[in-house]
Design a protein around this ligand. Structure first.
Ligand code: GLC
Ligand code: CA
Length: 544
């Protein structure tokens, strides 16, 4: 991608809102759309180009909205369609696009399609979902497991067959082989585009091409046919942004989604750096020790994947992941410095950076002590399954505090006051008690705070071709504490060196990074070269 043919979103920093936890306007303890509207000036001050809004559609909330019962309506706890129109318009007035979450691998079991489908075997909607006869012993057709634990098949008594759900039983999988179903999805997408949305983030989109009878769930044989069809039917000719959630993406297949001639998606979220942090056998519930060289190798590898074609997304966190500063930084003594360092190192790479709500003020993981404090369906299921298997309950809670999804879902910390200013009522999940010291009100007015750094990074993303389009070259990949890289565009160079540790590090700057010029943030004279003493989490950014 070059400056002269770049789409609008190449200049944008994205911001993810998890509506339930962002801002509650009416005191019921649940964040809502009018709450988001009330914070648009905040987002505009931060400088974001588009918001990825986690689902706000009608839903029984078995998975906090990732179980949709009506794609063309808004959940009453979040507001109304007219609130949504208002959000789209008011955001647009501030040059912010609203990107909705397209959850079409599955619906809620309370969606009208599923109600029809389960009414009888010959209902025209039956085939919108995936049904199989029981095994000869009456059990599930195979032993496929759901991502939330337990069998991926649930028996539907009245019609005598099992239906597939790769997530909760209340999230039946759609059958993408059915062309009428696909057309209904495309019509729905167009309906939202006509209402003014700026694009879609596509939930677990790598699962829609599944071939269940051959045991293939992710990256199935028809996946790219469907994405190309979707493009043709909805995206073609529209100036929108799309990002696929693809846990299975590898360097070998990523460009199939986002290669520029493919006519599929703008970019994907790949998760290799996230999975690197998990135990190879026990997965996310047993994190493995942080390994900086591994992280750098993975991020560097992905910079190469999309160097000539495609486009990267850059993120530390989202609503399914722990808080960035707790996972990758130091959420104790060096919280602010490490949050600023992480932001800088990530946002100065090539790709579209995504800020997860609260990251811009350095919010941290929670420290729950009792399973009753957790809300997430995945955590609660695995707690039951693993403790039944004999895993020590305290060990499980430690793992959930490290990597569980509720870390990202505690309410946004706006102020030091009651309930962090998130609600005047009782929040649906506990507010992190550290809002007394970590909150937007205090951080935002601090020129050396976390917010100030994110704002500067978003401004660079808008204005600097070097940051947007420059080549990426990693240096010292094996260094255990320092992350160092250069960006080049024509004759311009940006050198970035960050100490990703809480110790002072003496670092020999590689010649290729040595540079005399200006600091990329404040324009002050700056130089890099020779041997430097890097304070904990210090990051140096010099451009020629
Ligand atoms: C995605 C979402 C996650 C959700 C799951 C099922 O991974 O990010 O929150 O639970 O899909 O929709
Ligand atoms: Ca509310």
């Amino acid at each position: 991608m070059q400056p002269d043919n770049a789409p609008w979103w190449a200049s944008a920093t994205a911001y993810q809102i998890y509506p339930r936890s962002f801002c509650d306007s009416n005191g019921d303890g649940i964040g809502d759309i009018p709450g988001i509207v009330s914070k648009l000036d905040y987002l505009s001050d931060l400088g974001v180009g588009f918001v990825w809004l986690s689902p706000v559609f009608a839903s029984p909330m078995a998975d906090n909205g990732y179980d949709i019962s009506d794609y063309r309506d808004i959940a009453p706890e979040f507001g109304t369609l007219s609130d949504m129109d208002d959000l789209i318009a008011q955001a647009r007035a501030r040059d912010i696009g609203i990107v909705m979450d397209l959850v079409v691998n599955h619906t809620s079991d309370e969606h009208d399609w599923f109600k029809q489908a389960s009414a009888s075997r010959d209902n025209p909607y039956r085939d919108y979902y995936v049904w199989r006869d029981p095994a000869p012993d009456g059990g599930p057709p195979d032993d496929l497991q759901s991502n939330f634990g337990g069998p991926a098949w649930t028996f539907h008594d009245a019609s005598g067959q099992y239906y597939l759900h790769l997530f909760d039983p209340k999230q039946p999988d759609l059958n993408w082989e059915n062309p009428r179903m696909r057309q209904d999805v495309y019509d729905m997408m167009n309906w939202w585009f006509d209402r003014g949305v700026a694009g879609f983030r596509m939930d677990v989109i790598d699962l829609i091409g599944k071939d269940i009878d051959r045991g293939i769930t992710a990256d199935g044989p028809k996946l790219h046919d469907y994405l190309q069809e979707m493009h043709e039917q909805t995206l073609a000719g529209r100036d929108v942004v799309t990002v696929g959630e693809t846990w299975s993406a590898t360097p070998d297949n990523a460009l199939l989604y986002c290669g520029r001639d493919r006519k599929e998606l703008s970019m994907v979220f790949q998760f290799e750096h996230v999975i690197d942090g998990w135990d190879p056998e026990l997965g996310k519930w047993k994190p493995r020790p942080f390994d900086l060289p591994r992280l750098k190798r993975t991020l560097g590898k992905w910079q190469k994947v999309c160097a000539e074609d495609g486009w990267n997304s850059l993120f530390w966190g989202n609503h399914d992941l722990p808080r960035a500063v707790s996972k990758y930084g130091d959420d104790g003594a060096h919280r602010v410095a490490s949050a600023r360092c992480l932001a800088t190192l990530l946002h100065l790479m090539k790709g579209t950076p995504y800020i997860y709500q609260g990251e811009e003020i350095g919010m941290t993981n929670v420290n729950f002590t009792h399973i009753n404090q957790f809300r997430d369906v995945e955590t609660l299921n695995f707690h039951r399954i693993q403790t039944e298997k004999g895993v020590d309950p305290d060990a499980f809670i430690a793992g959930a505090n490290d990597n569980g999804r509720d870390n990202a879902r505690t309410p946004m910390q706006w102020t030091a006051g009651a309930q962090a200013g998130f609600t005047t009522g009782t929040p649906w999940i506990e507010v992190n008690p550290n809002h007394i010291t970590i909150n937007a009100k205090d951080d935002r007015t601090d020129p050396d705070g976390v917010f100030a750094r994110y704002r500067d990074l978003a401004a660079l993303r808008r204005t600097s071709d070097l940051v947007k389009f420059g080549d990426y070259t990693a240096h010292d990949q094996a260094h255990p504490q320092v992350m160092a890289y250069a960006r080049h565009l024509n004759d311009a160079q940006l050198s970035v060196v960050g100490n990703m540790s809480s110790q002072t590090v003496t670092y020999n700057v590689p010649d290729a990074l040595a540079l005399t010029g200006r600091d990329v943030f404040d324009g002050a004279d700056a130089a890099l070269g020779g041997t430097v003493e890097l304070h904990p989490w210090q990051v140096i950014t010099v451009k020629s």
